[in-house]
Write a protein that binds this ligand. Sequence first.
Ligand code: SF4
Length: 469
Amino acid sequence: MKPMLPTDSALNQEEKIQSEGHSPTANATSLMTHPTTTLTAQDRLEKLGVDLSKYQFIDQRENFKPIISRKWRELSAAVLQAIVQKTAGFAPDPWMLTHIVTTRCNYSCGFCSFADTLNAKHNELTLEEIEQVYATIGRNLNVIVYSGGETTLNRNLAPIIEAAYRLTPVKSVYIISNAWKPDLLFQITHRVMQRCPNLHLTWSLSIEGPKEHNNSIRHTHAESWDAWQNTIDTMEGLKRLREKYGYDQLDVQLCTVCTPDNIHVMDDWYAMIAKELQPDKWNLNLMRRSVQMSNSDLATFEDRRKQQALEPFEQKYVEITEALREDVINGKIKFNYHTATALEGKVKAALDLISQEENRRMVQQQPPTFGCKAGTHGAFIGSEGELGGCEEFVMNPSDTKSFGNLRDVGYDFQKLWHSGTAQKYRELAGKSDECVGCTLESQRNYPSVLASPKNMGRAVKIAMKMDQQ
Ligand code: SF4
C-alpha cells in the first residue's frame, strides 16, 4: 500500500528538531545506525579503488596568468541593485543564470530531463557570441550554473567561464558534469582557478548509487566503462588539487537523482556518502517529468497526485531529505562550502536545506513559502541562444515561452530581457501549466529564495544552529 500524502507543515522543522529532540520521520535513515570506520587516507582511497597516480594533471599543471578584475562580486551588491531597479519600476537584471553550454552528451541516462533534445542541437553559441551576451547581462549576476548535456564536451568551457569573470560580477560558478574524463576536469580546474582568483568554483558530479547500480543505469559507451570510478576518481582528484595547489575556493559535490530505479539502494547510498565518500556536499534531486520527455514512463505530476498518495520514489525523497536536514543541522554530516567566511558557507548550506524543504512541500502539495522568480531574478540561456526564465518555459515544444533568441537581437541581453514578450512570460512564472509540481532547484528555488526576506531570515537562523555544533 502506498503511503498517504503527509499533511503537516515542514516549515518550522528546525524548531521541531530542537524542541522535540527526535527525528522528524520515523522511517528516515539515521546515520547513527551506521557504524563509522576509521581508515588512513591511503587505505580509504584503496578501498574506493582510487589510484590518482594514473592522472597526468594531479602532479602537473600549466601555469596561467590571473585576469585583473575590479568587479564588486558580493551578493549584497546584487540584491541592493535589484531593489533599486525594482523601485525605479524596471525588471531587475538577473542574479542567477542557468547556461546550457551544449546539449551533446556521451551518456544516455533514462531519467535525463533533456531526453527529447539531447544530441539534437549542434549550432551552439560560440565563445565570441557568449562574450557579447555576457557584456550586456547587467550588473547583478552573482551565480552561474553551467549545465548540459555534458558540459565538458564544449571545448570552450574554461574560456566561457573566464569571459563571465571578466565581463560580469559573477562570484560563484557551478559546473554539472558526468566526470567522464577526470584529467580533463583537472585541466579545466587548474585553468579557471588560476585565471579567476576571486571566483568560487563548484563541480557537481553525477552519481546514482553504489558502483554496480550506477554503472547499470547510466548507459555509457560500453559495458566495461566504469562511470562510477571516474566520478569518484574525479572527486578525490579535485580534493587533492585543492590541498596541493591551495585552491581554497574549490568545492566538489556529488549529485544523485532520486528515481523509481534507485530507491532500493538509497538508504545504503546515503550512509556510504556520509561515512565513506564524504563529498563537500551531496545533492539529492527528485526525478521529474519535464516537458522535454515525451516518451517518459513516469506519469505526469497531475496523474500521480490523483492517486492521493506519493509514489515510492517521492516518499523516499521526502524521508531521505528530512533525515539529511536533521543530520546537517546536528553536525552528523557536513555541507562544506570553501567560502571566505564559515558563516557564508553555513548560510549556503541552510539554503540547500530550504530548497529541499520547498521540494517536499511541492510534492506533498503544501503551499509554497515563496513565489517563483524565474524570469525576474533567474535567467536561462539555451545552447543555441534561446533566452527565458527557465528551461521548462523556453523548451516547451508545444507552447514555448522563450523571450526570444539572442542571435536575433545582436546578442543584446538587455534588449530581450526588457521586451514586452519577456514581461508577458515573466508574469506567468509559478502560475503556468509547466509549474505544476516544479522542483527545479537552480531555476525556481535558489533565485526565488534570495528574494524572500522571510526565508533568508530562516537560512541565517539555521546557519547559526549549525554553528553551535
Ligand atoms: S515554477 Fe518552475 S516551470 Fe514554473 S516558471 Fe518557475 S521554474 Fe519555470
